[in-house]
Design a protein around this ligand. Sequence first.
Ligand code: NAD
Ligand code: WQD
Length: 339
Amino acid sequence: MKILVTGGAGFIGSHTLIELYKAGHSAVVVDNLSNSKPESLRRVAEIIGVPEIPFFKIDIRDRDDLERVFAEHQFDACIHFAGLKAVGESVEKPWEYYENNIGGTLVLVDVMRHHGCKNIIFSSSATIYGDPAEIPITENCPKGQCTNPYGWTKSMLEQVLMDIQKADPEWNVVLLRYFNPVGAHPSGRIGENPNGIPNNLMPYITQVAVGKRKELGVFGNDYPTPDGTGVRDYIHVCDLANAHVCALQAIARHCGIGIYNIGTGNGYSVLDMVNAFVKMNNVAVPYSIKPRREGDIATCYCNPAKAKAELGWEAKFGIEEMVRDSWNWQRLNPDGYPD
Ligand code: NAD
Ligand code: WQD
């Protein structure tokens, strides 16, 4: 299939391009580079062994620009990663998050349908479950109260896309609810490249390990979890990338609406992650216990059985590969991608 990949220069998008090409698909990337660098696409091309990845530096909110891409290419489906994703920033700048994530998706979907492309895979998030009503979380778990505007954009966009599919059953909509993506391509050539102080656990750990930050703050050790620190379902980004290829098969079968949790089903605490990182990579990660972070929940991991049964997808990599590949990327690229 020929796939439009929005946000393809970013962390998950760049890894997904590799899986798409490996599976025999082709891709065209649109990205405004607001949170990424074109170097990621150069390296993806190098890993795949192609001269370049077709790329348009455009903003998906710009209808005319998007129209031009669709005029040049006939797409079978869109994998829609483009969006702002920093939870804390979304609390400070709610308008910007709603406008970019929701506004951008509305323009994208409209241009898609005008061009007869009615297949979309959407990057949703475990955050839509709020403080989950059940653990492990199945897709039947009710959506919850999000604690920040970023989460609401995902929750609302799920509803928007489901309503559009309901009104026009020619659409196939796959909502992939990612748990906590970590790791990097084993080559160490591409990975996560956060701007400024990382919000997420794994990039913070790697930046402490490489000496860019003094110590990790562990946000709370008094949660009702085995060691008191927060438990999450970390998933290797290459496994996550592969889930999109499997989701394309569901689209080819005209699934209508498909909703899937994409995680490993294993819950690891903050200290589990730190200890695995130190042991596997033989580097120090000093840390100290800090107060709980506002909006955090104690435990979040999924039951990924539906994705296995219906998409034939399951995670292959475990915690050791996650911490090994996260470190490999950071070690080889201490300052991320060059400009
Ligand atoms: P990322 O920031 O690395 O990638 C997103 C890309 O979208 C960036 O390259 C950015 O430049 C681009 N972009 C943003 N707004 C755009 C716009 N208006 N027009 C064109 N391009 C635009 O983030 P990621 O970690 O790769 O996440 C990809 C998707 O998965 C996002 O939608 C994110 O919300 C979702 N998600 C991420 C996580 C995570 O922890 N990384 C978890 C769940 C869901
Ligand atoms: C994981 C655990 C923290 C940093 C977020 C978004 C979610 C999704 C994935 C996009 C928690 C602890 C963290 C640190 C710490 N993103 N921690 N010290 O909060 O589960 O999910 O990213 O959709 O929407 O909310 O991930 O990596 O921030 O935190 O102790 O410096 O690590 O308290 O227990 P989270 P995270």
